[in-house]
Design a protein around this ligand. Structure first.
Ligand SMILES: [Ca+2]
Ligand SMILES: [Ca+2]
Ligand SMILES: [Ca+2]
Length: 278
C-alpha cells in the first residue's frame, strides 16, 4: 500500500475513534438545520391544551397561520450522534416527568419496538436518559410496557438540553421550548440493528412513568388509541449534515468538467449555456 494512502487511512481511523469517544462523553448538538418529522406528508403535530402540566404538552401544527413540526431529528455521522427534538408548550427542565421518542423499527407499526426517553421522575439516582426495548409494544399506548433492563443509559446534563424555540412558535400564547435528546449513533444502530438506509417510524409522547406511556400522545391520539395512530411517516435518516456539502461539491465538479470541455472546444453551445447557469 502507498505510504501516503496508509497514513490517510490511519488518520481517518484515529479521527473516527476520537469522534466516537467524544460522542460517548456528551452530546455535540447539531449546528445545521434539523429535519422535521412528517405525518401524512404534512408536519408532525399534536394539539395544544390537551395535557397538563403544560411541560408535558407536546405541541405542533398550526399556530397563528404558520405550521410547526412537533418533532425533529438529525443524524450526524461525523460526530457519531443521533439527536431528537420535541416541541413542548412549556419548559420542563425542573419538572418530574418523562418525555419519549417512540420507534417502530420492524415495519409493524401496530407495535412500538424501542424508546429513547428523558426520565426526570423518581429518585434522583434513577433520573437519566434511557434507551430501552418495549417489552409490550401495544396495541394501545396504555398497554405499552418498557423494559427496565436498559440498552443504553446517558447522563441528563450530557445528553439533553432545554432551549427556547428558535422558530417563533408561541402555542397557548406563551413561550414554547425544545427538548433535545441525543445518543451515540453507532450505539443506536447496533442496538436496533438499523442500517443507515433502513426505514423506520417515530412518534412522540410524555409520561409520568419511565416504564409506560401515561400523558400526551401525538397526532391527536390518547392513551387508549392504537399506537400505530401516533406514528409519523416512514422515513430514513437522510438527509444528514454533509449532504448539502456533497451536493455542492457535485455541482462544482460538474461545472469544472464543463469548463474543461469548453476549453478543449468539445462543448456544444447548448451545454455552454447550461453551464453558465450553474
Ligand atoms: Ca398536546
Ligand atoms: Ca407555549
Ligand atoms: Ca413495530
Amino acid at each position: 500500500m502507498h505510504t501516503g494512502f496508509r497514513t490517510l487511512i490511519a488518520g481517518a481511523a484515529l479521527l473516527a475513534l476520537l469522534g466516537a469517544s467524544r460522542a460517548e462523553a456528551a452530546a455535540i448538538w447539531p449546528s445545521g438545520p434539523w429535519v422535521s418529522m412528517t405525518a401524512g406528508g404534512g408536519v408532525y403535530y399534536d394539539p395544544v391544551g390537551d395535557e397538563n402540566p403544560h411541560t408535558t404538552d407536546v405541541v405542533g401544527g398550526d399556530d397563528g397561520g404558520t405550521l410547526y413540526s412537533a418533532g425533529f431529528y438529525v443524524q450526524d455521522v461525523g460526530n457519531d450522534q443521533i439527536s431528537f427534538r420535541i416541541r413542548l408548550d412549556a419548559n420542563g427542565v425542573s419538572s418530574n416527568d418523562v418525555w419519549q421518542i417512540l420507534f417502530d423499527t420492524d415495519g409493524d407499526a401496530s407495535t412500538i419496538d424501542w424508546v429513547l426517553e428523558l426520565r426526570q421522575s423518581g429518585s434522583p439516582s434513577g433520573q437519566q436518559v434511557i434507551f430501552t426495548q418495549a417489552s409490550t409494544g401495544g396495541p394501545t399506548y396504555a398497554d405499552v410496557a418498557l423494559s427496565t433492563s436498559y440498552s443504553w443509559i446517558g447522563a441528563i446534563p450530557d445528553w439533553t438540553r432545554w432551549i427556547g424555540v428558535t422558530d417563533g412558535s408561541t402555542f397557548d400564547d406563551d413561550a414554547d421550548f425544545f427538548l433535545d435528546i441525543g445518543m451515540p449513533l453507532s450505539t443506536f444502530q447496533s442496538i436496533t440493528g438499523l442500517s443507515a438506509y433502513d426505514t423506520l417510524r417515530m412518534a412522540i409522547s410524555s409520561s409520568t412513568s419511565h416504564s409506560g406511556i401515561t400523558k400526551d400522545t401525538s397526532l391527536g391520539t390518547s392513551p387508549s388509541s392504537p399506537v400505530g395512530d401516533g406514528f409519523g411517516d416512514s422515513f430514513t435518516f437522510i438527509p444528514e449534515p454533509g449532504s448539502g456539502l456533497l451536493t455542492g461539491l457535485g455541482v462544482w465538479m460538474l461545472a469544472a468538467m464543463r469548463a474543461r470541455a469548453r476549453r478543449r472546444g468539445y462543448a456544444s453551445s447548448a451545454s455552454r449555456s447550461e453551464a453558465s447557469t450553474l
